[in-house]
Design a protein around this ligand. Structure first.
Ligand code: MN
Ligand code: MN
Length: 410
């Protein structure tokens, strides 16, 4: 810490000398400790007052926006690291909703950790729930309105989807439970406001419960308080047998999906897996793409013609530039555990700015995935018409691709 402070002071002294030296600009560009709000010599200045240097280093495109950024595009980034953590004896959870990221009206996200054996209590909610397993494995259960049942074990990169109103549970398996991302088709969702099994028991007269189950009221008068359940400790369950659906018909469309079993679109610079209701029929109101971009690669300039995009960054580092029409554009930086958002129809790109593979999810409140490629659009526009617009060099028009290539290499 002392060393960092000394380097900060040296950089500050260099700038205080009157001239922002090229050395300090270079340090800024390489993400050195002395990152200063000066994207080029003679532009901006240093920041001599106390400031949050750690945060600024995580958001270099906020501190030194590209010269092409302009206007008042709203905030399109929120980190789970900045969200309240709710902890219980079985694990933890935190959420990024419209209350945290004001613009995210269509989708809300929740991270949850269940220790081995721990259970997310049997419950339901109005919103549809889509999930991606980030770590470990879990057993999930549900039934539908026709009394058909569903039980499955899911591991890393597996998905599940429970339609709104369908009751379900999640339990962490051995050896170390699980961590997963939940995505809901409503930005106003609140994980602390779901219909809990124990809560309903607590708020129904025991005589009514007794009559409902055909047992004496005294047998159902002392169930645990909801504060003791929600996410609670329990033994790791036995292995899932072949008899998992014994005595019940299975749901006609499975609520789970192995995303990594899908053959991805492969191209120089990365891969894309698209999972919407065409390959995961139960997932009627959430479409997703898992995107992997190699260092320096680019998720190409594009937009979505159907709805907003909600993103979750799984690993690596990225920056996203968003074009909001009317001369407005803004650039944001992301890393693991961050949420990004693109309002409906806004043009954008995502660039891998790190040294490892960038992996992120694109999520849509829709039954289908759709994007429009800038490159493909221009390739499929009559050349003369295109030429009177941008007066592009022949080399550019020759390079256009009539086939969509979602990722471009470094
Ligand atoms: Mn749920
Ligand atoms: Mn997109």
């Amino acid at each position: 810490m002392r060393e960092l402070t000394r380097r900060d002071m040296l950089a500050t002294a260099a700038v205080a000398g009157g001239v922002l030296t090229s050395a300090s600009v270079a340090m800024a560009q390489t993400g050195d400790q002395a990152l200063q709000p000066s994207r080029a010599p003679g532009i901006g200045g240093n920041d001599p007052a106390p400031h949050n240097a750690i945060r600024e280093r995580q958001n270099p495109d906020m501190l030194n926006p590209p010269a092409t950024d302009s206007g008042t595009t709203p905030n399109l980034r929120f980190s789970f690291a900045d969200a309240h953590m709710r902890q219980t004896n079985g694990g933890w959870t935190r959420q990024v909703t419209q209350r945290e990221l004001g613009i995210s009206k269509t989708i809300a996200g929740v991270q949850m950790r269940l220790n081995a054996g721990s259970v997310r209590e049997l419950h339901w909610h109005k919103q549809a729930e889509w999930a991606y397993m980030l770590y470990g494995s879990a057993r999930i259960t549900a039934i539908d309105a026709q009394g058909r049942n569903f039980v499955d074990d899911v591991g890393v990169a597996d998905l599940w989807y429970f339609p709104g109103g369908i009751p379900h549970s999640i339990q962490g398996l051995g050896p170390d439970g699980c961590e997963f991302l939940l995505v809901f088709d409503d930005g106003d969702f609140d994980e602390d406001d779901t219909f809990l099994l124990s809560d309903w028991f607590k708020h129904t007269p025991p005589e009514v419960l007794g009559k409902n189950f055909g047992v004496p009221a005294s047998l159902v008068a002392h169930t645990p308080d909801p504060s003791e359940l929600y996410i609670f400790k329990a033994p790791v369950p036995a292995a899932l047998g072949k008899d998992k659906l014994l005595g019940a018909a299975p749901v006609p469309q499975t609520f789970s999906h192995r995303m990594m079993a899908q053959e991805p679109l492969r191209m120089k610079g990365g891969t894309v897996r698209i999972t919407d209701s065409s390959v995961f029929p139960a997932s009627k109101n959430i479409a997703a793409a898992l995107v992997e971009v190699e260092p320096g690669g680019l998720r190409e300039l594009h937009w979505h013609p159907n709805t907003d995009e909600w993103q979750y960054y799984i690993s690596g580092q990225a920056r996203m530039g968003v074009f909001a029409a009317s001369g407005q554009a803004r650039t944001f930086d992301y890393q693991a555990g961050d949420v990004g958002y693109v309002p409906f129809a806004m043009g954008h790109y995502v660039e891998n700015t790190g040294t490892t593979t960038l992996r992120f999810l694109e999520m849509f409140k829709s039954s289908y995935f759709a994007d429009v490629s800038l490159n493909q659009w221009l390739a499929l526009t009559p050349p003369e018409l295109l030429n009177v617009h941008l007066k592009l060099d022949q080399q550019v028009t020759n390079a256009l691709n009539k086939n969509k290539i979602p990722i471009r290499p470094a």
